[in-house]
Design a binder for this molecule. Structure first.
Ligand code: NAD
Length: 468
């Protein structure tokens, strides 16, 4: 079995304790990774703090050159990294390749981001100017659904702004991150990027550490709240990208012929383990029969299985506890007597596979509607009028993303403006680019990622005023 080590202060380190990593497509153990001790965490924090003193003084150009080299290193190793990502995460290989490609694209974007000069230093008048200064050591804490891209969303702007990083992947999906650590070890100045693994205990110790200045976190709302409470102790800066319960609204004039695949994958891409997956699908009463017919026909042709098989469109649930959670939600819905349609005839028995399941017109208060399933269970709800559907769509503690599907784009834009979410897509979905800000409203997050705006998340603003 390949040995995976942590990248700490420019060295590859093992630990006395380890965590088992499982391939969710067959439940085989594929590796053991270090479960870092408190002493080793301390070493990582010291390494990042020491590196900050030098890295924060480097020229922007120098930092951008590093981003560009990292982008190239990822592209040079894309095949290996993508296969490893599928093996540990479960997503189809084409999706894993897309994710690895996006990591390279994000780094490349930040390596030559325009508008930087005006942002870094702004003269206010003859006597005053404001500038951005780095924060210090950033803890980047990442979930298991997009282990690589969600990490790079944090690492790229953090180091561009002169911070150093301690990157902690989820214990369920640490391998691709650690392999990347080996690849970039000699490219990155010691301590500027550290990649450490361990369980939630390590994550808690990391976020509570007094020398951590910022926590950039993607994960569940529950963990986000815990992090916010911890950060309050020393007023650490935080960016939180949390859970979602995204509504999609399909109007009666929607072009179904064209958009059924987009709506289907809007709900089920990445094995439906997607923060911005469609989790509540509102379809106009007038078109419900034709919509369901086309949606079901399309979904029945999608194969659920091992992501390494090129025919597969939907892989397994990533881990056992999530598998039990999603399975329990389906079983409970059946017991409540809801109308349900299973689109997948058979799923492989070896891994954590769940058939694609539609729940037809449950009550707005039903568990399948109010809870983020994070698995292939989709409630399809019917509506009659625009005001009603906007009210129902906004009736959630979450506000991550939403979508509107209609040929009348003036009406769609009017609806989009009133939906309470950080992003709304019209007649498309999941268009996520490094230049477009991404944020959660309400309990879906705090702060933002991507776009020129993200750079302010990794800096303090400092004003200098000279007397006359
Ligand atoms: P999670 O919150 O359980 O874990 C995320 C990370 O936090 C892991 O690395 C974990 O080790 C660490 N962690 C756990 N407890 C911690 C604590 N007390 N303090 C600090 N760190 C801790 O989330 P998950 O199950 O890995 O991911 C699924 C969730 O993530 C879903 O709710 C999903 O919607 C959300 N998500 C949100 C976005 C977004 O951009 N908004 C993107 C992807 C996933």
């Amino acid at each position: 079995m390949t040995q995976y080590r942590n990248l700490i202060g420019g060295r590859l380190e093992t630990a006395d304790a380890t965590i088992q990593v499982i391939n969710p497509a067959n439940r085989n153990t594929i590796a053991h990774v270090p479960d870092l001790s408190q002493t080793q965490l301390e070493q990582a924090v010291v390494a990042a703090t020491t590196a900050f003193a030098t890295w924060s003084e480097t020229a922007l150009k120098h930092r951008q050159t590093l981003l560009s080299r990292l982008s190239k290193a990822i592209l040079d190793n894309k095949t290996e990294l993508s296969t490893l990502l599928t093996t540990e995460q479960g997503k189809p290989l084409a999706n894993a390749q897309g994710e690895i490609q996006r990591c390279a694209d994000w780094l490349s974007y930040f390596s030559k981001i325009p508008e930087l000069v005006g942002l870094m230093e702004r003269r206010i008048d003859d006597h005053a100017f404001a500038s951005k200064v780095p924060l210090g050591v950033v803890a980047a804490i990442v979930p298991w659904n997009f282990p690589m891209s969600l990490a790079i969303w944090k690492v790229a702007p953090a180091i561009l702004m002169g911070n150093t990083v301690i990157w902690k992947p989820s214990p369920f999906t640490p391998l691709t991150s650690l392999r990347l650590g080996e690849i970039i070890k000699d490219l990155v100045p010691a301590g500027v990027i550290n990649i450490i693994t361990g369980g939630d205990k390590l994550a808690r110790a990391l976020t509570a550490h007094p020398l951590i200045n910022k926590i950039a976190f993607t994960g569940s709302t529950q963990t986000g709240k815990a992090i916010m409470a911890t950060a309050a102790q020393s007023i650490k800066r935080i960016t939180l990208e949390l859970g979602g319960n995204d509504p999609a609204i399909v109007m009666d004039d929607a072009d179904l012929e064209k958009h059924i695949p987009g709506i289907f994958w809007g709900a089920f891409a990445n094995n439906a383990q997607f923060c911005v997956a469609i989790k509540r699908l509102y379809v106009h009463e007038k078109i419900k029969d034709q919509f369901l017919k086309r949606f079901i026909e399309y979904g029945r042709n999608v194969i659920v299985g091992d992501g390494l098989d090129p025919a597969v469109g939907i892989g397994p649930i990533q881990n056992e506890s999530q598998f039990f959670k999603v399975s329990a939600m389906i079983n409970a819905a059946k017991e409540r007597g809801l109308e349900m349609i299973t689109l997948t005839e058979t799923v492989p028995s070896a891994g954590y596979f769940v058939p694609v399941t539609l729940v037809i017109n449950p009550a707005d208060e039903d568990e399948t509607v109010v809870t983020e399933a994070f698995g292939p269970v989709l409630p399809i709800l019917f509506f009659n009028d625009v005001e009603e559907v906007i009210r129902r769509a906004n009736d959630s503690a979450y506000g991550l993303a939403s979508s509107v599907w209609a040929q009348d784009t003036t009406l769609a834009q009017g609806i989009a403006k009133r939906l309470q979410s950080g992003t709304t897509w019209i007649n498309t979905i999941h268009v996520i680019k490094p230049q477009i800000p991404f944020s959660g409203h309400k309990q879906s997050g705090l702060g933002l990622e991507n776009g020129i705006e993200v750079l302010s998340e990794y800096a303090n603003t400092k004003s200098i005023v000279v007397g006359q």
